[in-house]
Every structure is written in structure tokens, then in C-alpha cells.
Design a protein around this ligand. Structure first.
Ligand code: DQA
Length: 141
């Protein structure tokens, strides 16, 4: 099983940005958390982050025929990007949406998720743990 974990804009600022919402742990700590869990469950994974919408679209397209599952936290692009939605639909790789924060309890503009429309499941508000839950879902656990 090969899983691509994609993180969108400003997630590289974890541990610096809005600590009361996203916590004190850094982005490298998130990457380590995901890689460690994948190794534990025997999943080959690649963790990727970009602040650029087109780069995220390119990465999803390049996953076609290569990865068996996608875990995606599109960050702010969740609420704006039809391009990411279309890319996920194009490749038809089983995808799971993750958000560190509980977006359903936040601002109105965060209440729509375009990417989520192409995902089989969403985990929001569980912090790093949401990534583990998403991997488990893709593993059928
Ligand atoms: C986020 C939630 C988004 O609304 C926000 O723009 C982010 C992070 C989360 O993980 O909680 O950057 O995706």
C-alpha cells in the first residue's frame, strides 16, 4: 500500500501560526508522526507540502498509477479550490480529507469543502491523530 499525504498552504508554519488553534507542534513533527505510523503499519508513504495551488494539483495528477491512497489537508484551499477537487476526481485514487482543527465550529467561510466532495471520509478536530485515522481508513481498519 502506497499513500501520498498532501498538506496545503501554511501548514509548514505549524508550531508558529495560531498556536491556540493548531497547537505547538511543528510541521517536521507532523511529518515524523505520519512517517512513524506508516512504518508501524507497513505502509509506504510520501509526505508533501506546498503553499501553491497548482503545485498541489500537479502532485495529485502525478499520483495517478503510483499511489493507492491520498490523505489530504488542503488547508485554506479546502474552501476555495475547485482545481484540487477536479484533480482528485480525475485520478480517482481513494482520498481522505484531514483538518487539524474542528472546521465545523469555525468561521462561515470555512464551512464549504470542495476537496471534501471527492473524499471518502473527513477527520477534523483531532490534531495529528486525524492523519493516523485517515491512514487507518485507507487500510480498511
Ligand atoms: C485547516 C483548516 C483550514 O480552514 C485552514 O485554512 C488551515 C488549516 C486545518 O488543518 O484545521 O490552514 O485545514
Amino acid at each position: 500500500m502506497k499513500i501520498l499525504v498532501i498538506n496545503g498552504p501554511n501548514l509548514n508554519m505549524l508550531g508558529i501560526r495560531e498556536l491556540e488553534i493548531y497547537g505547538r507542534e511543528s510541521y517536521p513533527a507532523l511529518v515524523e508522526f505520519v512517517e512513524k505510523y506508516c512504518a508501524e503499519v507497513g505502509v509506504e508513504c510520501k509526505v508533501f507540502q506546498s503553499n501553491h495551488e497548482g503545485v498541489l494539483v500537479d502532485k495529485i495528477q502525478a499520483a495517478y498509477g503510483v499511489f493507492d491512497g491520498i490523505v489530504i489537508n488542503p488547508a485554506a484551499y479546502t474552501h476555495t479550490s475547485v482545481a484540487i477537487l477536479d484533480a482528485l476526481k480525475a485520478v480517482q485514487i481513494p482520498a481522505v480529507e484531514v483538518h487539524l482543527s474542528k472546521v465545523s465550529e469555525r468561521e462561515d467561510f470555512r464551512q464549504i469543502s470542495y476537496a471534501g466532495m471527492a473524499c471518502q471520509k473527513t477527520y477534523a478536530g483531532f490534531g495529528f491523530e486525524g492523519y493516523r485515522m485517515a491512514i487507518d481508513f485507507l487500510l480498511g481498519k
